[in-house]
Ligand binder design. Structure first.
Ligand code: TYC
Length: 103
């Protein structure tokens, strides 16, 4: 605030302080070895999809080579990727997924 000549307070508008956070999409990649059922379970467990939706996403990835599992803040997206890669490694499947900024 600055004082004008009359002593009254002038409030000057400043640019907005906060922007909405950058969002990230978690993209799952197709491969020739991971069982379809495993991908469906992963989509249900870590991305909170119902079985119907999980099956549709899995088939889209299978046909197109990749597909979006969800959109999250950076930290949540990174955690989802970690959970998927850890589950795939433990099960002995080569399933891969990545997080990428959108817009
Ligand atoms: N292509 C795999 C198969 O035929 C299934 C699959 C779907 C694998 C999606 C990975 O992200 C994936 N068994």
């Amino acid at each position: 605030p600055a004082q004008d000549d009359g002593g009254s307070v002038v409030l000057e508008r400043r640019p907005e302080k906060t922007l909405p956070p950058q969002m990230y999409q978690v993209v799952m990649l197709n491969d020739d070895y991971t069982p379809m059922e495993f991908v469906i379970v992963v989509l249900q467990e870590f991305f909170n999809k119902d079985r119907e939706t999980a099956t549709q996403i899995m088939l889209k990835i299978h046909l197109d080579g990749k597909g979006i599992c969800g959109v999250y803040s950076r930290d949540v997206a990174a955690t989802k990727v970690d959970q998927v890669l850890d589950a795939a490694l433990r099960a002995g499947h080569p399933l891969q997924c990545v997080s990428e900024p959108i817009e």
